[in-house]
Structures are given as C-alpha cells and as structure tokens.
Design a protein around this ligand. Structure first.
Ligand code: MF3
Ligand code: CO
Length: 238
C-alpha cells in the first residue's frame, strides 16, 4: 500500500500541475492514467462496475464522482481531482481541490477543507475512534460556516477500493469503532459552501450541490499508527 500510495500521490501531483485555463478534463485524466501506468500501477477505478477512467474530475458546484469530459478549464474554476491506484492488488485513494487563479473567498474555502483533512488524519491513531475523525472534520468545516455533505463518506481501503468502516464527516468524538494500528483508511472531507444536500446529475455519476454552491473535496489514504497516522498519498512530497 505504501508503493500504491506513492504512485497515487505522483499521479495527483501531475494532474494538479496540469490544471490550467484551456486544458480539458479528459487531458488531465490521461495524464493521471499515464503516470499510474508508468510507475507500474493499475487503475483502481476499473474495479468499479461501469467506470472506465483513471480519475473523477469535478468543477465548481460539482462535488464528487464527476466523469472527465471535454470541458475546458477556465480562470476561477475550483477543480477537484479524485483518483485511486491499484498496485499488486492493493488500493489507495486520494483527492485534492485546486483553484485556477486568485480569489479570496475560494482560497479561504479550500484552506478550511485542507485544514480539516490534516486535523482528521491527525486523529487516525490507535485507541481513537472513527468518531474522533468525523468530529475533527465537522468542527473545522462547520466552524468556518461551511457544511459537510452527509450522504457521502470516507471508507476503509486496502484489498478493495471501498471497505468498512464508513467514515462520515460528521459525528461525535469518542464514538464508533476503535482504531487499531495498521488499519488503512481513506479519510475524505466532502463539503460545500452552502447547503449540504447533493443531487445526482443526468450523467448518472456526478453529484452536485442542490443549491449550486461550491463543493470541495480533500482525501488521503493513511495507515493508523500507534502515535500518529502515516499518510500514504501526500502529493506535496513527491
Ligand atoms: N474515489 C471515490 C471515493 O473516494 C470513488 C470513485 S468511484 C468512481 O470513494 F467510480 F466514481 F470513480
Ligand atoms: Co474515497
């Protein structure tokens, strides 16, 4: 899973650096795919029935599970890339949201999501509970006046892309399953600037906010440690 995570992190880094005005979503998907294959990985999303891309790409009011299209990125887009890798049968999953250009409100929105993610991964240590992770996300996101999407969750990850337990972005500290050293989790911060309700788009995959407000997505795969989590998919370190 460490090797799988390194491949995922590299693919995410390559994807993010190529998100700019005039580039189309499908080009970024291809860049991620090429990087994953180049490093000896395989596409985890191929294990999802009916899905045949390396990534999910979502823009602005889209929240998750966006099929890469031929839409061109433009200035001020908020763009999320979500991708997963399979290496020797071991899956890792990660996502990040990037702003094209400069915008105070959007930068603040992203900064809170990222902060919520690191605070949540900081809870992934033995003896803590799933609720500690959820509560960390909820506190940071709602504390800034944003909302956590209730219907979408993080998850266990390993031999399959999606495993138990579910990891909601809202919950009570001290509640839920006790974490043990060596568990591998995909911790996800899925949030909106407005109301938390999401609706499924006409393509049957893409979830968007019901009120048209921005969506943000930050996800890392971690190993629960005795004292701290080991982050496997940190694209900033590749
Ligand atoms: N990466 C997504 C998650 O975090 C899963 C996307 S599955 C797909 O769970 F089929 F929509 F790509
Ligand atoms: Co995930």
């Amino acid at each position: 899973m460490r090797k799988s995570g390194k491949i995922a992190a590299s693919a995410l880094a390559r994807s993010l650096e190529n998100i700019k005005p005039g580039v189309v979503e499908l080009e970024v998907d291809k860049i991620a795919e090429r990087e994953i294959y180049k490093l000896g990985g395989d596409l985890s999303y191929k294990t999802v029935p009916g899905y045949k891309y390396a990534t999910c790409i979502t823009v602005n009011e889209e929240v998750v599970h966006g099929i890469p299209t031929d839409r061109e990125f433009i200035k001020n887009d908020l763009v999320s890339v979500d991708l997963a890798v399979m290496y020797k049968g071991w899956h890792t999953d990660c996502a990040w949201t990037k702003l094209i250009g400069k915008d105070r409100e959007k930068e603040k929105f992203l900064q809170i999501g990222e902060q919520a993610l690191w605070e949540a991964t900081g809870q992934a240590m033995a003896g803590n509970r799933i609720g500690d992770i959820s509560a960390a996300i909820q506190k940071r996101v709602e504390g800034a006046g944003y909302n956590v999407v209730r219907s979408l969750v993080g998850h266990g990850v390993g031999r399959s892309l999606h495993e138990n337990p579910q990891i909601p972005g809202v919950g009570a500290a001290g509640r839920g399953m006790v974490l043990k050293e060596g568990m591998t989790l995909a911790i996800e911060v899925i949030y909106t600037r407005g109301r938390e309700e999401v609706v499924l788009g006409s393509d049957g995959w893409t979830f968007k906010t019901a009120d048209g407000s921005w969506g943000g997505l930050f996800e890392m795969t971690v190993i629960v440690g005795s004292k701290q989590a080991e982050v496997l998919t940190d694209w900033r370190k590749v």
